[in-house]
Design a protein around this ligand. Sequence first.
Ligand SMILES: Nc1ncnc2c1ncn2[C@@H]1O[C@H](COP(=O)(O)OP(=O)(O)O)[C@@H](O)[C@H]1O
Ligand SMILES: [Mg+2]
Length: 220
Amino acid sequence: MTQVISVVQEKGGAGKSTLLIAIASLMVADGAKVAVIDTDPQHTLSDWAKKESTDVDWAVEEDDERLIPTLRALKKSEPAYDAIFVDTAGFKSAMAVYAINASGLVLIPSKATETDAKGAIKTFRHVTSVADSMDKDIPAYVVMMDVDPATNITAATLESLDDLKIPRLKAMCAHRTGFKEMMSTGRGPEGSAKRSAQTVLAEMQMGGLIDFYGGKDGKA
Ligand SMILES: Nc1ncnc2c1ncn2[C@@H]1O[C@H](COP(=O)(O)OP(=O)(O)O)[C@@H](O)[C@H]1O
Ligand SMILES: [Mg+2]
């Protein structure tokens, strides 16, 4: 079964496209068949994918009412995709509701700032309410991005999330130039950025969040 994974956060610049590109690329390197869909008019994801340096299939879909048909068509591909990632714009949108609704996992990136944390909290509640309205259980996790772990602002941001019991991964994508370089290389993260992203992927693997690695519906 193809797993749809959306990256959603109503605050812009929180690291949605960066997280998606890093995780999708690492999965491709692990042998997964992956497609990515860019629904954000800013086109960060498709600008990266256009470089075709990574073996990932990609599509642009800016019409919210076409997202579900586009996903349905991609899910019929042979051989099947292991994962389809959906990138969304940094504001609340009908597109994000469709993306959340179609997803088996939602990732909510947040940098270590108060505005990002507030956006992450609102986004988590939004995901919960969309899932609830559809009578679905859609796991959603905050993933910290661009982090300097030893700083007070990071500690304060984590505390604000943990106080409200917002689910988050313990692993984080550290502040690394390698994440920025992905945009010019068209590849996945390298060097210390890669190692940092791998800790995030490993936690998702161990938590059974990603079907490709033998999640709850996985084949492994
Ligand atoms: N871990 C990181 N290390 C360094 N820069 C990062 C990291 N995560 C995100 N960024 C930078 O933050 C900016 C916004 O990230 P982006 O993924 O485009 O956010 P969004 O898609 O949510 O708008 C980009 O310049 C990106 O390179
Ligand atoms: Mg983006």
